[in-house]
Ligand binder design. Structure first.
Ligand code: ADP
Ligand code: MG
Length: 682
């Protein structure tokens, strides 16, 4: 017999052209594919205690037949067979419809097993399966496959059984013994057998554990091999920064760095200095102080004789960052310039010329920075803030700018660990997991829209203390499709409400950048006390005197976005508040509001967001690069994912991984996926 598992499924008896056609729709082509086509669930026939079974649940019970069954016919070919059965100490009824022939198999005082739906009120099982006689107990567990066309569950089980009988013993192990032993995983052959022919739930659990690990390990090996390959094949720049100047700069900051900031600064500096290229993701919750880390990194690059760039998603944010960098770095004779769409004509030409001549040290701007007309003399370091707003393509263009600059992506949308090590698996990750001292937690309340009056009284109390407030609306102007608050109307209402006492400003994405600029400046200078805005203020904006955040129709925003919005307050030492005006109808919506009032921890929120929305939606777009796994679930199996990641990291670094025979299957996995294209493996 030909034992090649990669031959077509038609090699199996009973599989002809027609069945093969259906299989191909299910992406099953070879015998190996068939053996790896796992059930999506299992039918549970394990015996249940009736006191624990809820109404309408499916159940299998074993019992003693109490009395002669009764069989009644009604209509044509319709029948009802009723049995009285002792189960544990209960007497229950079991009915079978239209299976009159079962009557002959039933003997008083003998044990039978039945499966069906439990009606708790009538103490009756409406059964569809029965086993009688000794050793009658059915298998506890039967696999259920997702099928196409004329294929039946029975047929599928038969084919898989046949395939396993003939080919099962030729299944090769793919994991090296060291991991099998370390994690007590079943071998590949046993695991495949257990997935298809389990005798209990535990079998499936162990088998699943193995495939989850295997999938994650292969995936992580790919990511890390890619990273190693990139490192070794795209030489970076060694930036010999001036430590003395840098220390002086850090010592003049108005505050000491937190330990987390220090750690991240060190990680960044080490990589600037190394000949390898930085490709790092910096995560830090809103308000954790990423800007100053960026400033230190950029200054280091400048003292090494290179230029730096800081790229952000909006012009407002670009202006703010330009201002903070100027005030921090200009005393140290660093020239920082802002490049946005409002820098035009002669001014723009001169700026670009100075940049090309190397006279500008640090350029700050939006994605205008990666346009072709922008040429640096010796770009050494690029930082992007809130990079999740940049597409993958923009990230790539950025990395290709200049002579392989070091790149740091900063984000305040904490990415759940699971996604960080999958979607960004080829990057190094730094985390600022500590808030500057003296910050108070923002108090968050969820109010129904009817309570608006009281909310406004509360807002005014804060304004009376000399503080400022943001009011966020989902829409710019009225929409006939959506019954939600819009910024223009709310601005009008609040202008009336606070008339003669406080000034209300209006901000949204349709204003020209000059208009936005002047509103933002007025708010920063406390000439405007209440800023009504759409989510354009979501990212990065820093006005420490604002202590109140009111969000209309909060149920329309995701958790991460709400957290971002909330992060606009609580940036100074005063107590801040966030009020969510919402009337969510759905359970998930209510859960989101509750979660917001319960936690201020961005990482916790992002994990929750992931749980509520699922990995595909997390970044808001489908093409988010979230990988798909066959057995594994990134969210629920994240511990295995972390383990696999650590193992992969060690393997990739070790000499033996690239040579020893026990790793050949894993190496093959890399080859197949094209990660090591051009690299010679064996
Ligand atoms: P984010 O990480 O959200 O970008 P920012 O960099 O805007 O946060 O910092 C938020 C505020 O915290 C700023 O006003 C900044 O000056 C201040 N800050 C940053 N680091 C510290 C620190 N170590 N101690 C005290 N305040 C700090
Ligand atoms: Mg920031």
């Amino acid at each position: 017999m030909n034992i090649n598992l990669n031959q077509s499924v038609t090699a199996l008896k009973g599989i002809g052209e027609e069945t093969a056609e259906i299989f191909s729709e299910m992406k099953i082509y070879t015998i190996h594919d068939l053996l790896e086509y796992f059930p999506y669930r299992y039918e549970d026939y394990s015996l249940k205690d009736l006191t624990e079974v809820i109404h309408d649940e499916k159940v299998t019970v074993e019992g003693k037949v109490h009395s002669e069954p009764s069989l009644v016919y009604y209509g044509r070919k319709k029948s009802k067979l009723t049995i009285r059965l002792f189960v544990q100490s209960y007497l229950i009824k079991v009915v079978f419809f239209n299976q009159p022939y079962l009557k002959n198999k039933i003997v008083i005082n003998e044990t039978i097993t039945v499966t069906g739906k439990w009606d708790a009120h009538r103490q009756t099982i409406t059964a569809n399966e029965m086993q009688a006689g000794p050793n009658s107990k059915p298998k506890e567990f039967e696999p259920v496959y997702s099928l196409k066309g004329k294929l039946t569950t029975k047929g599928m089980r038969k084919f898989i059984n046949l395939a396993f009988q003939q080919y099962g013993s030729f299944l090769e192990e793919t994991l090296p013994p060291v991991f099998i032993n370390k994690y007590r995983l079943p071998c590949r052959q046993d695991a495949i057998k257990a997935m298809h022919f389990p005798s209990c739930q535990e079998d499936v659990k162990q088998a699943r554990r193995r495939f989850v690990y295997e999938e994650f390990l292969l995936f992580q090996l790919k990511m890390q091999a890619l990273r190693k390959f990139e490192r070794e094949h795209s030489p970076g720049i060694t930036q010999n920064y001036d430590l003395k100047k840098l220390t002086e700069f850090i010592n003049t900051l108005p505050f000491p760095l937190t330990n987390a900031q220090k750690r991240v600064v060190n990680e960044v500096l080490a990589e600037l200095k190394s000949p390898f290229r930085m490709n790092r993701l910096l995560q830090g919750d809103v308000g954790s102080g990423k800007t100053v880390v960026a400033a230190i990194g950029l200054y280091a690059c400048v003292t090494a004789g290179f230029q730096g760039a800081l790229m952000v998603p909006t012009e407002i944010l670009a202006e703010q960052h330009a201002e903070s960098l100027k005030s921090l770095l200009e005393p140290f004779k660093v020239r920082c310039e802002l490049l946005t769409s409002s820098v035009k004509g002669k001014r723009r030409r001169e700026l670009l010329q100075d940049l090309a001549d190397g006279e500008v040290d640090i350029l700050i701007g939006t994605h205008a920075l990666i346009q072709d007309e922008v040429v640096f003399k010796r770009l050494g370091f690029v930082i992007t803030d809130e990079q999740h707003r940049f597409g993958v393509e923009q990230r790539r263009v950025l990395r290709e700018k200049g002579e392989n600059p070091d790149v740091l992506f900063m984000t305040a949308t904490p990415i759940p660990r699971t996604l960080a090590i999958t979607v960004f698996g080829e990057m190094d990750v730094s985390i600022i997991d500590e808030m500057p001292a003296g910050r108070k937690t923002i108090e968050t309340y969820w109010a129904k829209p009817e309570m608006l009056e009281r909310v406004l009284v509360f807002v005014e109390k804060e304004l009376m203390k000399g503080h400022q407030a943001y009011v966020i609306c989902p829409l710019i102007e009225e929409s006939d499709k959506l019954d939600v608050q819009n910024a223009i109307d709310v601005h009008t209402t609040l202008s009336h409400y606070f008339h003669n006492r406080y000034q209300a400003g209006l901000m949204h994405g349709r204003l020209s950048s000059d208009e936005k600029d002047s509103v933002m400046k007025a708010f920063s200078a406390n000439e405007v006390q209440v800023l009504v805005s759409t989510t354009v203020v979501e990212v990065g904006v820093n006005v420490p005197n604002a202590t109140m955040m009111v969000i209309y129709d909060a149920e329309r925003f995701g958790l991460s976005q709400l957290h971002q919005l909330r992060g606009r307050v609580g940036r100074g030492s005063d107590q801040s508040y966030c009020i969510l005006l919402a009337n969510p109808k759905s359970e998930v919506g209510q859960e989101r509001m509750r979660t917001m009032t319960e936690t201020n921890d961005g990482f916790e929120l992002s994990e929750k967001d992931l749980e509520l929305r699922g990995p595909g939606d997390f970044f808001g777009r489908k093409q988010s690069g979230v990988p798909e796994f066959k057995v594994a679930d990134m969210v629920h199996d994240y511990r295995a994912l972390e383990t696999a990641r650590n193992d992969a990291a060690l393997l990739i670094q070790s000499e033996t991984f690239w040579t020893a025979p026990e790793y050949q299957h894993l190496r093959k996995g890399l080859e197949v996926s094209g990660v090591l294209e051009g690299e010679k493996l064996d």
